[in-house]
Design a protein around this ligand. Structure first.
Ligand SMILES: *Cc1c(COP(=O)(O)O)cnc(C)c1O
Length: 314
């Protein structure tokens, strides 16, 4: 016996979505993001399902990375926000975790550590998101300091993150790309090599081919979701990985003029059949979902009516 509310994850969909990234950005490598419990899909299961096709994984913090090591994931794991304290540097080195370096504190902690093996570093540059990353005019200096340290492996990757790539007409993305390319060519010229680089999140993988670099970092699309509000032809090829399903536990007839649920925010215009389903915001169903949100009942599209309860919808 169990409450019939389930999130079912389609492993093949995850693999198909990853393959789509690899088709769109064929010259680079694809690092699926499995942070925040793989966007709620289960980081362990998702990483295992992709472990023969993904060359590396991305997480938000070292705790998430250690969970994956514990269950036998062998790939490098990039910590997208880098370290939060200096003691994480040696743990990262021992476990082949890769580190984003986004600020002086993280950089100094890395340079001052005494490590048995060097760490792969992604150098974050702020191209306009203004959340993390170094100012671009200081990148050459940071690159030099890092690349001359024994704690840092060869092949530092230059990385940045988009703020508006899911908004296809937004000129901000173009500015971020130009800014990044300038920074990259300055680095290449100063150090006489081709620097590996990474820009693309899901929206950029799908809609901004010029952002496809040595590494792509898709999250949202791996789970089959389009990051765009409008239809987009590449996003149409994604397969949703999660089916959220439950059961109708009650059916009743109500008269026109009667209301349903907390705050009585929906009133029947005609005599109506109301089905109550055991799934609600306590299960992750959005409490803000408005009246009319479609719910499939045996494949038949029905409108959500009334407030979403903690463990029921109507
Ligand atoms: C979460 C994250 C991504 C993935 O973004 P999506 O929009 O989910 O594809 C990529 N890069 C960084 C730095 C992130 O934090």
């Amino acid at each position: 016996m169990a409450r019939p509310t389930e999130a079912i994850i389609d492993r093949q969909a995850l693999r198909d979505n990853l393959a789509l990234v690899q088709t769109l950005a064929a010259d680079g490598k694809t690092m699926p993001m499995v942070k925040a419990n793989a966007y709620g899909h289960g980081a362990i299961e998702v990483s295992k399902a992709l472990s023969d096709v993904a060359p590396a994984f991305g997480v938000a913090c070292i705790e998430e990375a250690l969970v994956l090591r514990d269950v036998g994931i062998k790939q490098p794991i990039l910590l997208l926000e880098g370290t939060f304290s200096a003691d994480e540097v040696s743990i990262a080195a021992e476990n082949n975790f890769w580190l984003m370096v986004e600020n002086d504190k993280q950089k100094n902690a890395l340079l001052r550590s005494s490590l048995k093996q060097p760490i792969n570093i992604w150098l974050g540059v702020d191209t306009g998101m203004h959340r993390l990353g170094f100012n671009s005019n200081s990148i050459n200096k940071h690159y030099r300091d890092l690349s001359s340290s024994n704690n840092v492996a060869n092949n530092i990757v230059l990385a940045s993150h988009f703020s508006c790539a899911d908004n296809i007409g937004n000129p901000h993305t173009r500015r971020q790309i130009d800014y990044f390319q300038q920074c990259l060519s300055t680095l290449d010229n100063s150090f006489g090599r081709k620097t590996d680089w990474s820009l693309a999140n899901s929206a950029a993988v799908l809609a901004w081919p010029e952002t496809h670099g040595s590494w792509q970092r898709p999250g949202y699309m791996i789970y089959g979701n389009s990051p765009f509000n409008e239809p987009q032809h590449q996003a149409a090829k994604l397969t949703p990985a999660m089916t959220f399903q439950s059961a109708v536990i009650s059916i009743r007839e109500i008269d026109a003029g009667e209301s349903v649920g907390y705050t009585a925010n929906w009133t029947a215009k005609r005599r109506s059949t109301i089905a109550t389903i055991t799934a609600g915001y306590g299960d992750g169903y959005p409490r803000q979902a408005p009246n009319g949100t479609p719910v499939l009942i045996n494949g038949h599209r029905c409108p959500l009516v009334g407030r979403v309860s903690m463990d029921m919808i109507t």
